[in-house]
Design a protein around this ligand. Sequence first.
Ligand code: HEC
Length: 338
Amino acid sequence: MAFIGRIRRVLSRKFRSGGRFGKINKAWLGLGLGLGLGLVGGGTTIGSCGVALYFLTEWPWSVKASGGNNPEISLPRYPWAFNGTFKAFDHAALRRGWQVYRTVCHACHSLQFVRFLDLVNVTHTAEEVKRIAAEFEVEDGPDERGDYYTRPGKLTDQIPSPYPNEEAARAANFGASPPDLTYAVLTRRRGVDYVFSLLTGWMEPPAGIPPSEDRYFNVYFTGGFTTMPRMLYQGMIEYDDGTPATESQMAKDVAEFLTWTASSEHDTRKIMTIKCIGILLLLLVSVVQINRRNWSHVRSRRLAYLPNIITREPRHPTSLLVDESYGRRSKKSGSLPD
Ligand code: HEC
């Protein structure tokens, strides 16, 4: 309380008519109030638009609107380690994620916009990636006789797709082609949460929904039935680093890995943002300081208006020099009032 009282005393001293801001308080207060009200008004409008949009998209009604025969449920939010201004990818998780992709998902899904080179120093060392690339068969050619041939992969190759073309992929998966996973996370809102939930969402169809012969029920898949079977089973992988390979651990690692493939600039982007804000703050401080210095002669100037209220004679002291008789008639004409 004493602190608030002190602030009040300091403020009232500054805004008294003789105080530091005494001159401004009338004219500028109006302007300040106007500006403040404008800002508050604008802020409220933008804020209420945001709140309205939020409710339109996030509120349970929007899920109910798609209800009826569609047993879709809303996505849970997961506390991803890389969410947050000062957070980066966990590269050990990316490495495990690659292992899951390589051993499980690569049977059906391509990752065609990633080159082996991209993995270097992200999930593996250059030597390791060379060894990984050599395990893949890559089609190359034509050679000098005009034939196409296969050779072991190199660092500069793209990760080869499991199927030669989309038709082959469709034929092998009951008519649905497994989409490329490079940007899968970006194809829908809260894509990481979606991929994780999808990978852990297989279950028996609830009562009232007839089971399907060739399709599998997943609560998170739009429509409920998907041609992608449940893929992750506890212990199906042995992680290099000895992490227990539970179903949710593998789903989490591969979801984080797919976030990296979709936005590999994630870490650099955050570092750049932090650096930029730091530099801009320094610039702001110096600009404010330069501005104060440049205008200081105006701020420290004192204008005085000195009417001679006693004689109503010419007010400027130099008028004495111009007309002496004037000066004689009134000695006080040029003197400053006390
Ligand atoms: C047996 C082949 C197969 C394997 C292995 C497989 N998938 Fe799929 N996946 C599919 C098919 C087929 C679809 C298309 C489903 C559809 O449209 O009904 C699909 C669809 C997807 C989708 C898109 C879902 C959507 O909403 O459109 C994602 C994401 C996905 N898979 C992730 C993965 C991940 C991650 C793995 C590895 C853990 C994996 N898949 C393993 C066959 C597979």
